[in-house]
Design a protein around this ligand. Structure first.
Ligand SMILES: [Zn+2]
Length: 440
């Protein structure tokens, strides 16, 4: 049985306690075997006999970050369409280019996004997009963990095409669930409450439940989306979502910006989580999600970057800082959404939303870890390392990344992807794609 020892550093434990400890990983099962302080008398030195070591001295071992909502292949759009309202941005810039997407583009964009996530300490992500078998392949090859769904849109499509979307979504979910030793899990992902007709929710959500698939949708993102929905259905979006079966304990919505008190209670009652995407919400001027109120109501809130077109990076450290800052503005209260809350959102809460036993450095949990260098000016002095994680650390501070017990980055060198090739292929695909769409 292979063992990996992560030694010499401090460790962020559940409850946001920072302790001096080493972490022993069972590489075959991909789980954490033990976390212990080697200086404690009576403890066997857990690192003894391990066949691989990662040096965490002068560093902090944290749970791998969880980017619970993204569209990873949209790295190809980075910097290609900025500074517009959501509706115009989608209709004028994103959808015309997406119409030209090919499988190879999605593969190249996914590899780029996954390389970026590994380099910034993210070990799991939730994703809805197109050509998802390509994304699943890159997840399997790169060693990351993900919950994936084919984004189903029915508006503007014929009845037959719309059925085809959902049949494709279900087929993908059934075929790929559990791949790569369970690192790939799947879900049904109708794109949003407004881009999928009610009849398709009524037909396919029960099919997803039958197949034990979580459901994940964009919801309550902008007032432009909420107001017509209220006019059409005569109820708030999340009441409607509840009527059509979307709200359930294993399911989660993205954004949840414009939610009223009753909708927050409904989410808490159903056990449905929310992925907060603060950078995307700010960039598209979607609004300020009531994160403090959601958490106080008992809703599990994770964090996501959303796609790189509306962010424009996939660095979860940026997302933590944005969530803390925007959460205070939204609550008009500087004590709202404090540092420990955003760290929890980016780790354990996100893992819970995606249904992974990750997000905690504890024996028995998945060995999904990142090791940060602390010996840098912007993390000095060390009054409070949880504060540093939320407010001052950057993705580039990550020294090592481990997922499922496998080292994916060692001393900032990617181990499963060739970074130069990944960047070159993504650049070529992005340029050719934008040219095909007449958007270059
Ligand atoms: Zn999104």
């Amino acid at each position: 049985m292979g063992e990996l020892a992560v030694t010499g550093g401090r460790v962020l434990r559940p409850g946001q306690r920072v302790e001096r400890a080493d972490v022993l990983v069972e590489t075959d099962s991909g789980t954490i075997a033990a976390v212990a302080d080697p200086d404690d008398s009576g403890d066997r030195d857990i690192a003894d006999g391990a066949d691989d070591h990662l040096d965490a001295s002068g560093g902090l071992v944290i749970p791998g970050l969880v980017n619970a909502h993204t569209h990873v292949a949209m790295t190809l759009f980075r910097g290609g369409a900025d500074d517009k309202q959501l509706d115009a941005w989608l209709r004028e810039d994103i959808w015309p280019v997406e119409a030209e997407l090919r499988a190879g583009d999605v593969r190249a964009g996914a590899a780029l996004g996954i390389a970026e996530m590994i380099r910034s300490g993210t070990t799991a992500f939730g994703d809805m997009y197109f050509f998802m078998p390509e994304v699943a392949d890159v997840v399997a090859e790169s060693g990351l963990r993900a919950r994936l769904g084919h984004g189903c849109i029915t508006v503007g499509k014929s009845e037959a095409e719309a059925h085809g979307e959902f049949e494709q979504g279900l087929a993908f979910a059934r075929q790929h669930d559990g791949r790569a030793d369970g690192r790939v899990r799947t879900m049904l992902t109708p794109h949003s409450l407004t881009t999928v007709d009610e009849a398709f929710y009524r037909e396919y959500v029960p099919a997803a439940r039958e197949a034990d698939l979580p459901v994940h949708v964009h919801a309550n993102e902008t007032t432009d989306e909420v107001d017509p929905l209220v006019a059409e259905h005569g109820e708030r979006p999340l009441s409607y979502a509840d009527d059509i079966g979307v709200l359930a304990a294993d399911s989660f919505v993205a954004h949840g910006v414009h939610v009223d008190e009753r909708e927050r209670e409904l989410l808490a009652e159903r056990g449905t989580g929310v992925v907060h995407c603060p950078a995307s919400n700010m960039k598209l001027a979607s609004g300020m999600a009531p994160v403090q109120a959601l958490r106080e109501t008992g809703v599990t809130v994770g964090l996501g970057t959303d796609g790189a077109g509306s962010n424009n990076d996939l660095d979860m450290f940026d997302e933590m800082r944005d969530a803390a800052m925007l959460g205070k503005l939204a609550a008009d209260d500087a004590s709202a959404v404090p540092a420990p809350a955003v760290v929890e959102m980016a780790t354990a809460a996100g893992a819970d939303l995606l249904g992974f036993n990750s997000g905690r450095v504890a024996a028995g949990a998945n060995a999904d870890l990142a090791v940060l260098d602390l010996d840098v000016p912007h993390l000095t002095p060390e009054h409070d390392l949880v504060s540093h994680l939320a407010y001052a650390a950057r993705g580039s501070d990550v020294r090592h990344t481990v997922c499922d017990g496998q080292v994916l980055m060692r001393d900032r060198e990617l181990q499963t992807l060739d970074l130069e090739t990944v960047m070159q292929e993504a650049s070529e695909h992005a340029q050719a794609l934008f040219e095909r769409a007449g958007h270059a």
